[in-house]
Design a protein. Sequence first.
Length: 150
Amino acid sequence: MEVIGTEGVFASDGRRLRFWKKSKDAGPNAFGGMVEVPGLVPDIPDEFDNKRDEEGWLMPDPRLKVTLQSIVDSLDRGIELRCSGVDQQKAFEISVALRESHRRNHAPVKLPLPPELRSQPMMPVPYRWNSKRDLYGDQWYRDEMKRHKQ
């Protein structure tokens, strides 16, 4: 996925996140003057591809572990989550803006969004609404569970 903004570019292949920003002396060709901003988000190390624990279960990637630990710490110790509800709200607003930009033939969309755009629904793909087992059947579910444990 790529997101091209007026001041920079974000790209992700699902494992790596990269950010580039327009340099001050870019001139009229902003893309020629992009500078990568390294280290904002760590890559998921390749060693986590299909890595299994001592019992044979697939290991989650480090980001999932950190996220889950943050939730447990918040519940157990009453500390703030690493990513608050406000952060999630802003991320969702960006998602709505991306959709709106697409609907407008990739035109820029300014944040914060106006109220009329905030009220438009976004529906996830069906498997996000339903149990995948219900969608794909018992055999598919058994095969997926086998894949997670050797």
